[in-house]
Design a protein around this ligand. Structure first.
Ligand SMILES: C[S@@+](CC[C@H](N)C(=O)[O-])C[C@H]1O[C@@H](n2cnc3c(N)ncnc32)[C@H](O)[C@@H]1O
Ligand SMILES: [Zn+2]
Length: 390
């Protein structure tokens, strides 16, 4: 391949040639997005942590390889990798990934050009990590990942169709994920949960169930890491974490309803306004604090350009790991109450003193996750604001 109009970029421990670009575009001859460096840094940490939890070496499928940067970083930066298969349907991407792989002296990377669905179905059981990083939605590929992955494996998925998952365009979300989204202050969390629920149902068809280890919403994308286990009974049991979230647009009250066809009261118990319902979605855990701690420990030994942001994100995800679904946005509550917002730290501490779980959240700096009901949060906000006025 002619590298005349290419540029050399350094990420982690690798140097990669990518086509020169002025604007990131899926129409580029080979796709590369510098904003995803944080995503790739976190992926390296997640795979290293996963490796430390299983006995086997990793066989990784980077099914949407682009320039090869992700797969090459896995090969060079994660220890205990037996092989990485970098795949892309675009022949120019495949040629560039081959060149990049050679230039980085990888000894365990193979590159191939296939449609990801065909590759995953053809190589059933050959990988213990599958990374799905397509343009837009992963939904046409998750069934093949579910067929492919054996027990004790890891699935990593990116979705960039946040406008659908987070409720700006509900119809595409229903079409792609079989779930109704809702535009609320916590719509990015709902988006992650809709994707997690969709993945869990896809895997359930093959008597496989997912345990979510680390999930985040950053910039324009959502990213999930889950381990795969097998067994019909355990899969049935895991699906008990599927459910719906009913939201009152008038008073901001919300309630989680577990089950695939639960009884949902159409009226808000607080103000009698009609509730709006989102789902089905995953209402169980989406963060595993031990896994995330492991990722933070592993970061000390690795060269990461985005270390500071990666650690900040991991700390927040760990803090919110024990809190229930949804969060309150302090500014939204305060504008409803027509008062100014109290300091976050006082609110978090106040809720804890009253015996509730409370944490900040990575979704937004003005969000609070808590087990406290809305009226308790509102009362505390009002009393904190009054105290400040005295
Ligand atoms: C978002 S880019 C991947 C970026 C890359 N993982 C990275 O971290 O830089 C998506 C890639 O998927 C490829 N692609 C699109 N449809 C595909 C399919 N059906 N099978 C395999 N690759 C596909 C595109 O050519 C593109 O290179
Ligand atoms: Zn209400």
């Amino acid at each position: 391949m002619d590298f005349m109009d290419h540029m050399l970029i350094t990420e982690g421990q690798v140097k990669i040639r990518v086509p020169t670009f002025e604007k990131v575009s899926s129409r580029a001859p080979v796709f590369y997005n510098p904003v995803m460096e944080l995503n790739r840094d976190l992926s390296v940490l997640a795979l290293q942590q996963f490796k430390s939890e299983i006995e086997k070496d990793l066989n990784i499928c980077d099914a949407f390889g682009g320039s090869g940067i992700r797969g090459i970083r896995y090969s060079k930066e994660v220890s205990g990798v037996e092989g990485v298969l970098i795949n892309d349907v675009n022949p120019q991407a495949v040629a560039l990934a081959r060149e990049n792989s050679l230039e980085n002296d990888t000894d365990n990377v193979k590159v191939c050009q296939k449609d990801a669905n065909l590759l995953l179905r053809h190589c059933k059981g050959k990988f213990n990590v599958v990374d799905i990083d397509p343009f837009g939605t992963p939904s046409p590929f998750t069934d093949s990942a579910a067929v492919n992955l054996p027990r004790n494996s890891m699935l990593a998925v990116t979705a960039t169709d946040t406008s659908a998952l987070c409720g700006t365009y509900p119809e595409p979300c229903i079409r792609k994920y079989g779930s109704k989204p809702l535009k609320t202050e916590y719509c990015h969390e709902n988006g992650l949960r809709i994707l997690a629920g969709f993945l869990s149902l896809s895997f359930a068809r093959y008597k496989k169930f997912l345990t979510f280890k680390f999930c985040h919403s950053t910039e324009h994308y959502l990213r999930l890491y889950a381990t795969v286990s097998k067994g019909a009974k355990k899969t049935d049991n895991s699906l008990k974490d599927m459910g719906y979230i009913a939201h009152c647009p008038s008073c901001l009250n919300r309630k989680v309803h577990y089950g695939i066809a639960p009884l949902i009261d159409p009226r808000c118990p607080h103000c009698d306004h009609l509730m709006r319902v989102a789902g089905p979605m995953w209402c169980g855990n989406i963060q595993d604090p031990d896994f995330i701690s492991g990722m933070m420990d592993k970061s000390e030994k690795l060269v990461l350009n985005q270390r500071k942001d990666a650690i900040k994100l991991l700390e927040l995800c760990k803090l919110e790991s024990t809190a229930p679904p949804t969060f309150y946005d302090i500014h939204t509550i305060c504008s409803k109450l027509k008062i100014s917002a109290p300091p976050m730290i006082s609110l978090l501490e106040g809720l804890r003193m009253e015996g509730h779980i409370s944490s900040p959240t990575h979704f937004t700096p003005t969000g609070i996750k808590t087990t406290a009901p809305l009226e308790v949060v509102e009362k505390l906000i009002e009393s904190l604001v009054k105290q400040r006025e005295i």
